[in-house]
Design a protein around this ligand. Structure first.
Ligand code: PBE
Length: 268
C-alpha cells in the first residue's frame, strides 16, 4: 500500500461496533493512551455492520482497522492480526460470566443449576459462530451443537430437575459471540423441558434487565474489565454465577496484508 501512512490509508477511521459495547470504551481509552484522539475517529455501528465492512475491504485487499474480539468467527474466516498493545489499553484476557436476577435460584433452582454449570471453550463457541456466519439460523446452529456434544451438555444439566414447562427469560446483545452462547444455553434448557424466551437488547438494558428482575439471566458479562462499568453500577442487584468461558481477548484488528504491527504505528 505504498508510501501513504496508515492513517491516510484508512481515512483516520477505526470501524467500531455498537456504542454500548465495552470494546468501544476500551478503544476510546486506547486512542487516548496512544495519542490518537485528535486525528482519528471511532465509527459507531453494530457488529454486523463492522464485519460487513471488513468483508468488503478484505475481498479487495484494502486497508481497514476494526475493533475485534476473541472468540469470533472472523479470525477463522480471514487472515487477521491484533495490533500489539504495549500500553495494555485493552487489558488482559478475561472471562465471560453468567449473571442471574436476585431470587431466581430460589424460584427456579433447576434452570439456575444448568446456567451455573454452563461452561465451554472458545473453540466450542467459534464452531457455532462459524455456522451462523455460513448462513445457519442461530437456533439451528445451537441445536446442532447441543445434539453433537451430548456428553458436554450432560455436564451442564447434571443433577438439575426437569423443567416441565417452567419459563426462563434470557437477555443478550447481538454480538456474534453472545448470539452463539445464548442460543446454545437456551437449547440446553429446552432439552430439559424449560420454556425459554430470548430477548435481544442493547448492552445497558441487558444488565438493567437482570438487575431489575425483568429478565432471569444473561451469559454475556465480560469481566473483570470490559463490562466493569455495568457490573459496578448494578453490583448487589444480581447473582454472579461465575465464568462460562475463559480466555477472551479484545483489540484493534487488521488484515495480515497490512504493513503495521502495533497501535503505536498509527501515530505515524
Ligand atoms: N464484545 C463481545 C462485547 C462483549 C462481547 C467484545 C463486542 C463488548 O465489547 O461489550
Amino acid at each position: 500500500t505504498g508510501s501513504k501512512n496508515v492513517g491516510d490509508q484508512v481515512n483516520y477511521e477505526i470501524t467500531g461496533i455498537d456504542p454500548g459495547a465495552g470494546l468501544m470504551k476500551a478503544t476510546e481509552k486506547a486512542m487516548k493512551d496512544y495519542g490518537l484522539k485528535n486525528d482519528w475517529t471511532l465509527k459507531e455501528g453494530s457488529s454486523a455492520a463492522m464485519t460487513a465492512e471488513l468483508k468488503k475491504a478484505y475481498e479487495k485487499k484494502e486497508p481497514i482497522i476494526v475493533t475485534g474480539w476473541t472468540p469470533h468467527w472472523m479470525f477463522s474466516k480471514y487472515d487477521l492480526k491484533y495490533l500489539k498493545d504495549p500500553k495494555g489499553s485493552f487489558g488482559k484476557g478475561e472471562s465471560i460470566h453468567t449473571l442471574t436476577r436476585k431470587g431466581f435460584k430460589q424460584e427456579n433452582p433447576g434452570a439456575n443449576k444448568i446456567l451455573d454449570q454452563f461452561f465451554w471453550k472458545s473453540s466450542d463457541m467459534e464452531d457455532v459462530m462459524v455456522k451462523v456466519q455460513d448462513g445457519a439460523k442461530p437456533e439451528d446452529a445451537a441445536e446442532d451443537w447441543v445434539k453433537s456434544h451430548k456428553k458436554q451438555v450432560a455436564k451442564w444439566t447434571k443433577g438439575a430437575p426437569k423443567g416441565n414447562g417452567k419459563q426462563v427469560s434470557l437477555v443478550y446483545v447481538a454480538w456474534e459471540s453472545e448470539i452463539a452462547s445464548t442460543n446454545v444455553i437456551a437449547k440446553a434448557l429446552e432439552q430439559e423441558g424449560y420454556k425459554v424466551k430470548l430477548q435481544q437488547v442493547e448492552a445497558g438494558p441487558m444488565f438493567a434487565g437482570v438487575a431489575g428482575g425483568s429478565a432471569d439471566a444473561m451469559v454475556a458479562a465480560w469481566l473483570p474489565t470490559t463490562h466493569k462499568d455495568y457490573y459496578d453500577k448494578y453490583k448487589g442487584k444480581f447473582e454472579d454465577l461465575g465464568p462460562n468461558l475463559k480466555g477472551t481477548k479484545l483489540g484493534l484488528t487488521v488484515p495480515k496484508y497490512m504493513d503495521i504491527d502495533s497501535i503505536e504505528d498509527l501515530k505515524k
